[in-house]
Design a binder for this molecule. Structure first.
Ligand SMILES: *[C@@H]1O[C@H](CO)[C@@H](O)[C@H](O)[C@H]1NC(C)=O
Length: 318
């Protein structure tokens, strides 16, 4: 059967970023700094929301989930990229490649579903403020998070099993910095029709449907604000939704730019730059977009730091 062919390739070569050798060190430092920032920023959000009981509200629990997802998402690609930038033979074993693809899809889709949950939460908060605590019960929040996990784990498992079914022959060079599903499909030497069909259908489910739901929520929010226009209401709505909308546009803007505006002639560089945008830049910016403009998070930071300072000075005293 196909086993004979499959065993031909035991590892892939990841070509990495299209940068000159003399700039390699500069980019290594840059990406290392971005990765450290991503990890610390998102970790801070998760810890802060866990520690501060003022932040135990649906909006912040979803945000904490999003930060956790961002942290994992960048850890799927960045450590391997950094390691490969330092090594002469940037290889990845066959199983490692499939695992990377699985977790990449898992956390990318999870982010998509969590953004829907967050948009729905804002929609309920602004359009039904009096029923907010009843509708967004802890049970519903947990169900939304669990549903997102169940959907994303099964979707990425399906993609990965279909990929594992393909055989790879001679060509094992991936012109990318991680095991991207479409880059892998181009290397396969068996029939990829089923894979492409599943990608088309599920791609619609995890990109288009969440995008439409988010769009719908914000359209309802805007129309409900315009019905009773007041300076205070508009300011409140913009301050809570502005940061959400920037994250949503950052996330979907790059994905849509990448997959819906394909350019076939020499597009590897463009694809890689876009991929860097959503695998490296978006997870790094998310915690800053949310916390820099958010009074609750700033307040929580202030409380934690003053508590630490007091404990520290008490400790000094003894
Ligand atoms: C994710 O959200 C659920 C439900 O709101 C919450 O119980 C859980 O603590 C959150 N997880 C993280 C890591 O923030």
């Amino acid at each position: 059967m196909k086993m004979g062919n499959q065993s031909v390739i035991s590892e892939f070569l990841l070509l990495g970023l299209p940068i000159e050798p003399e700039q390699q060190d500069l980019f290594y430092v840059l990406f290392l700094a971005m990765y450290v920032t991503t990890v610390l920023g998102n970790l801070l959000i998760v810890v802060l929301i866990r520690l501060d009981s003022h932040l135990h509200m649906p909006m912040y629990l979803f945000l904490s989930n999003l930060s956790f997802s961002d942290l994992c998402f960048s850890s799927v690609t960045m450590p391997k990229l950094l390691q490969n930038m330092q090594s002469q033979v940037p290889s990845i074993p066959y199983a490692g490649c499939l695992a990377q693809m699985y977790f990449f899809l898992l956390f990318a889709d999870l982010e998509s579903f969590l953004l829907v949950a967050m948009a729905y939460d804002r929609y309920v908060a602004i359009c039904f403020p009096l029923h907010y605590t009843i509708i967004m019960s802890p049970r519903l929040c947990l169900s939304l998070v669990v549903l997102s996990w169940v959907l994303t784990t099964s979707i990425s498992l399906l993609h990965t099993l279909l990929m594992a079914h393909l055989s790879f022959c001679a060509d094992n060079v991936i012109p990318h910095f991680f095991c991207d599903m479409s880059a892998l499909l181009k290397l396969a030497c068996s029939d990829i029709q089923i894979n492409e069909m599943v990608i088309f259908i599920l791609g619609g489910l995890v990109i288009i449907v969440p995008f439409l739901l988010i769009f719908l929520s914000y359209a309802r929010i805007v129309s409900s604000i315009l019905k009773v226009p007041s300076a205070r209401g508009i300011r409140k709505a913009f301050s809570t939704c502005g940061s959400h909308l920037s994250v949503v546009s950052l996330f979907y803007g790059t994905i849509i730019g990448l997959y819906l505006c394909p350019s076939d002639n020499n597009s590897t560089v463009k694809e890689t730059v876009m991929a860097v945008m959503y695998t490296v830049v978006t997870p790094m910016l998310n915690p800053f977009i949310y916390s820099l403009r958010n009074q609750d998070i700033k307040g929580a930071l202030g409380r934690i730091f003053s508590k630490w300072t007091i404990q520290f000075s008490l400790g000094e005293g003894f």
